[in-house]
Design a protein around this ligand. Structure first.
Ligand SMILES: [Zn+2]
Length: 578
């Protein structure tokens, strides 16, 4: 578990922008992913235990591949006619599964704190562990150099204080310390960090940001991006080499979990178009280990949505442009914040508060930014976390969608964490499918139930069973680095709805069947990223597959996260080998 989602990340152009400056201004796709089939003979014959995820033929012994596509699948004997003298044979040591799909993760926001010390509840089960980890890290860091921590989540330490400047001064008197809250909305700093950033007790709060103060003195908390950026500006900046290595590391982390396709869910939110063009540039140097579908971020400070859309179009980034490895597919709009950070937008107040949060847009503003995306032909990818945010975006789209934009764009609500029956029904009518951050249940389910929302609302978290019952095609995602990329863990949580905190089950009525959960990390996730040629193994689909230690379709969901992946292949050629 780590940072935050979507627009909530405080990373900035000022931080990554220098490193991305060398990325070209326009897109030059590498075009090396898809080759034309070379006649009726296979270049590659994959033999072994193949689990297809195709109901018409659930298992196979052999799969023939040409031009990166599957040209035959069935028994070994049935493939004989497709084998020629130049066919190479691959017999992997493991079970061959379709490559998994993570339809919502973040490369660029994750890059900011990729190397920061992990202060998550997972690594620091007690509040004192957080301070002990900061102390130990500072002790190993040369005097004066930054100590940076991520994923500190006060919502998981009920009754404990929030870290303060004084506590951090004690833990690290000689090194500047900056810790990011797991929601991504807050930093915590010590005195040395404030000094390095030239922020003093008398520094005015920037518009939209806040430096916490007690009796006029900085207390260490820093809220929301405008203030957080003032701290980020003082951090050491990554080099282009650091950025390239970081992108590769993030995508390899996905590949290690059997993933062959991801959706980058806020492309351009940090350093603008350089994010998209750098992916193409890196892919041109060496094929990326995972296919990346991008969701173009709709907000740039100081520009109207129309101007942002025009900028993307002027750079040649239009719907479904790019290539088979890096393709621009969606228009990203964020309507509220983080539920565990109490900035999600709810119909009823948070426990202990009088407010249920607020939307990031006025109704007119939301209609404008969504309408601009529709008019440009984009799939809409709309972050809606609380039930009021779902209502807000759904109401806008019920008005906008009829007769506007292309059909079959497969618009999505991201997280759709808390929904009512009525909302799910209306989403099905409007053609909007949900993508659930499923491990909200596993990691934060107890916090939602006990301290943030109460049991009735907590039961309505991530309603996979109800989404299916409403006729929707849900997917599951990591929102990396909010949670680690691990589709098998997400799928297990969808089936079991077990809570990490106490092992209890959060509303068994919403448990998915194993087949539903697995569809949500394969075919449905692929459908949601407009990758109908992936998610299962059948003739005509891409030869994107993973080699696994077990078959999830025939094994106990409890054991799914224990499945290891030895290798992944994209278009039949190795993408990751463990
Ligand atoms: Zn996100």
């Amino acid at each position: 578990m780590a940072s935050s989602c979507c627009s909530t990340s405080p990373v900035a152009k000022s931080h990554l922008g220098d490193g991305l400056a060398s990325a070209p201004a326009t897109v030059d796709p590498a075009h090396h992913a898809r080759k034309s089939p070379t006649g009726d003979r296979a270049e590659l014959l994959v033999v072994g235990r193949i689990v297809t995820n195709d109901p018409s033929m659930p298992s196979a012994e052999a799969m023939a591949v040409s031009g990166g596509a599957i040209i035959g699948i069935g028994t070994r004997a049935e493939m004989d006619g497709l084998v020629g003298p130049s066919t190479t044979t691959l017999a992997p040591d493991g079970i061959i599964l379709p490559g998994l799909v993570d339809p919502h993760m973040h490369i660029w926001t994750s890059l900011l704190n990729l190397t920061w010390t992990d202060l998550s509840h997972h690594k620091c089960p007690k509040f004192d562990d957080v301070l002990a980890t900061v102390r130990a890290t500072a002790a190993q860091t040369p005097k004066g150099q930054w100590v940076m921590g991520k994923a500190f989540d006060p919502s998981l330490y009920p009754g404990e204080p929030i870290v303060t400047r004084a506590l951090l001064d004690q833990a690290s008197p000689d090194n500047p310390v900056l810790i990011m809250n797991a929601s991504g909305h807050f930093f915590y700093a010590n005195s040395a960090a404030f000094a390095a950033a030239n922020v003093t007790d008398t520094t005015p709060d920037p518009p939209g940001g806040k430096f916490g103060r007690v009796d006029g003195k900085l207390d260490g908390s820093i809220g929301e991006p405008p203030a957080m950026l003032m701290m980020i500006a003082a951090l050491p900046k990554p080099t282009p080499q650091d950025i390239a290595a970081g992108v590769n590391e993030i995508l390899m982390a996905a590949a290690r979990r059997g993933v062959t396709s991801v959706r980058e869910a806020a492309t351009g939110s940090i350093a603008g178009m350089g994010e998209y063009t750098l992916l193409h540039q890196l892919n041109g140097l060496r094929r990326l280990p995972v296919r990346v579908s991008t969701a173009q971020f709709s907000v740039v400070s100081g520009k109207s949505p129309k101007e942002v859309a025009a900028d993307w179009a002027a750079a040649g980034v239009t719907p479904f442009s790019g290539d088979e490895m890096v393709r621009a597919d969606a228009w990203k709009v964020v309507t509220d914040g983080s539920n565990q950070g109490r900035s999600g937008y709810f119909l009823q107040p948070y426990l202990g508060e009088e407010s249920g949060g607020k939307a990031d847009w006025t109704p007119e503003g939301l209609r404008e930014v969504l309408g601009v995306g529709l008019d440009a032909g984009w799939q809409l990818m709309v972050h809606t976390n609380g039930d009021a945010a779902v209502e807000f975006a759904l109401t806008a789209l019920e008005e906008l969608l009829p007769g506007r934009g292309a059909t079959d764009l497969r618009h999505r609500f991201e997280h759709a964490s808390f929904t009512t029956d009525d909302q799910l029904r209306r989403m099905a009518i409007a053609g909007i499918s949900p993508s659930f951050l499923m491990n909200h249940v596993y990691y934060w389910g107890a916090a939602f139930r006990d301290t943030i929302l109460g049991p009735e609302r907590a039961n309505r978290l991530d309603r996979v069973a109800s989404a299916y019952a409403a006729g929707l095609r849900p997917s599951l995602h990591s929102d990396y680095n909010v949670t680690d990329i691990d589709p098998m863990l997400s799928a297990r949580t969808a089936v079991l709805r077990n809570l990490e905190a106490d092992g209890s089950i959060l509303n068994p009525a919403e448990c998915a069947t194993p087949e539903q959960a697995l569809a949500a990390i394969t075919t449905h996730a692929a459908w949601q990223i407009h990758a109908d040629d992936r998610g299962s193994l059948s003739v005509g689909k891409r030869a994107d597959f993973a080699v696994a230690s077990d078959d999830p379709w025939s094994s106990d969901p409890q054991s799914w996260p224990d499945i290891s992946f030895h290798a992944t292949y994209i278009d039949g050629s190795p993408a990751y080998e463990g």
